[in-house]
Design a protein around this ligand. Structure first.
Ligand SMILES: C[S@@+](CC[C@H](N)C(=O)[O-])C[C@H]1O[C@@H](n2cnc3c(N)ncnc32)[C@H](O)[C@@H]1O
Length: 253
């Protein structure tokens, strides 16, 4: 396993300092989703995977066992350090962690049978990255956009507080209101991913929905120094003032 973090671009800063939290608390995806990818796209231990916007490896790590080589790419160096740590802990030896982002594609990473973007496509210039990936994805290869529904679309008072804390620390243009499908490519880009894909080299789209239960445990954050310390402190003081349920949904086990 290798970790290539230098030289390279710097991240946008939005995710700076978050990698520690991502590695420990970011939920991965449900098993039926991974099983479906493996079966549908014949991931038989050959071929290469690129996970773009890999974060701490929520897609690259579970999929690595099904390909010859996985490349996790992210503009935030801290994400790659944590991803490499998690991959080592999982005993993986066929993952390469590359510092970079969508603007660096096509680059010289070679060809891939599958390119995944997990909860990351909306941060990219979507048209640019799809055009660039046309030269990177093998004939008969695929791109996979994975998203999930978000805990903090508020339906209860405590979820509203979570969202308020989050909004207070997001850049103003990203904070309130409904998130746009494409956030960074253009501030006014309301097109859905499907609309953007329809005018791209990846116009043949299949959409699959996997329904599953997820139990959240809710507790105060551990003390942290660095850029996420203020948000941890805000969360902790709210938690002390009005403790939320220890689990969500409340009757889950
Ligand atoms: C919400 S996290 C998703 C992490 C992981 N893939 C997952 O499924 O949980 C979004 C990631 O996209 C990365 N990112 C942001 N802008 C990007 C870009 N232009 N190209 C590639 N990755 C980007 C961020 O650094 C961050 O690690």
């Amino acid at each position: 396993m290798t970790l290539n973090t230098s030289p390279g671009p710097t991240g946008s800063g939005l995710f700076e300092g978050t990698a520690w939290h991502y590695a420990r608390y970011r939920p991965t995806y449900p098993k039926p989703f991974f099983d479906d990818l493996v079966e549908r796209f014949h991931l038989d231990g050959t071929g290469r995977l690129l996970d773009l916007g890999c974060g701490t490896g929520q897609l690259a790590i579970p999929l690595a066992a099904h390909v010859a080589e996985a490349v996790g790419m992210d503009p935030e160096p801290g994400m790659l350090v944590e991803a490499a740590r998690c991959a080592r802990a999982a005993g993986l030896t066929n993952v390469v962690w590359e510092h970079g982002g969508s603007a660096d594609l096509p680059g010289e990473l070679g060809q891939f049978r599958m390119v995944t973007m997990g909860r990351s496509f909306h941060w990219m210039d979507r048209e640019h990255v799809l055009a660039a990936l046309d030269g990177v994805v093998e004939d008969n290869g695929v791109i996979v956009l994975a998203n999930d529904s978000c805990l903090v679309r508020p339906t209860t008072a405590w979820q509203k507080v979570v969202e308020d804390v989050q909004c207070r620390y997001l850049p103003a243009e990203l904070a309130p209101g409904e998130p746009l499908p494409g956030r960074l490519g253009s501030a006014v880009d309301h097109r859905t991913h499907e609309q953007v894909l329809a005018n791209s080299p990846f116009a043949q789209v299949d959409r699959s929905v996997y329904e599953f239960d997820r139990t959240w445990t809710i507790r105060p954050p551990p003390p942290r120094s660095g850029s996420t310390a203020p948000i941890c402190a805000a969360w902790k003081s709210w938690y002390a003032a009005s403790p939320p349920p220890a689990r969500w949904p409340p009757n889950s086990v």
